[in-house]
Design a protein around this ligand. Sequence first.
Ligand code: FES
Ligand code: FES
Length: 217
Amino acid sequence: MRPMSQAIIELTAETTQQGVSRRHFIKGAIAASAAVSSANYLFRANGGALLAQSPAAGAVERLITLNINGRSRRLEVPPMETLGFTLRYKLGLTGTKIGCDRAECGACTVLVDGVPLYSCSLLTHTVRGREVTTIEGLEAEDGTLHPMQQAILEEQGFQCAFCMSGFIMNTVALLDSNQNPTRKEVAEWLSGNLCRCADYDKILTSVMRAAEITRGA
Ligand code: FES
Ligand code: FES
């Protein structure tokens, strides 16, 4: 395939010599769309990095500071990069999982100022100046697990555990606001998290146990 720039030069030359014809217009459109398709392929092949774009200087890459698990992290983040991507592929915080990558499964849930949000659908630039907590930030410095982590160890609440960190982070937010939820309230609160192993009964049991631990019961 010719590069798009070459196709445009040829098209312009032909147009100048012969005037615009329907054949020339179609030829140029095909060349342009092929180049765009190729750009999309490059975009996907890099897991979302904006490789194929050619932005104006200074318009894309920006150096920003993030507060992740109580630490300041300074890094370059393009405006369209998602928090899930930044956490996993730039900061190595792979406890946050990317499942659907379109705000449906909850696997990517993290806390932003204590609020559970889908990191796959949140632009990293929007969390500047806010406190982001991931699964890696739950354990206390002395190694004490969060009650939900402890409860999962006791109840063996997950099978493959791909969905687990998302459920845990959402449960942390629940227990911050309600330490004595009913099983029904837990199910409703966690309705934005999906488990492909359908291990919901044990997950709910784990959350109920986590609530007990939180209350000191
Ligand atoms: S990966 Fe974010 S909601 Fe599924
Ligand atoms: S335990 Fe496998 S997806 Fe939830």
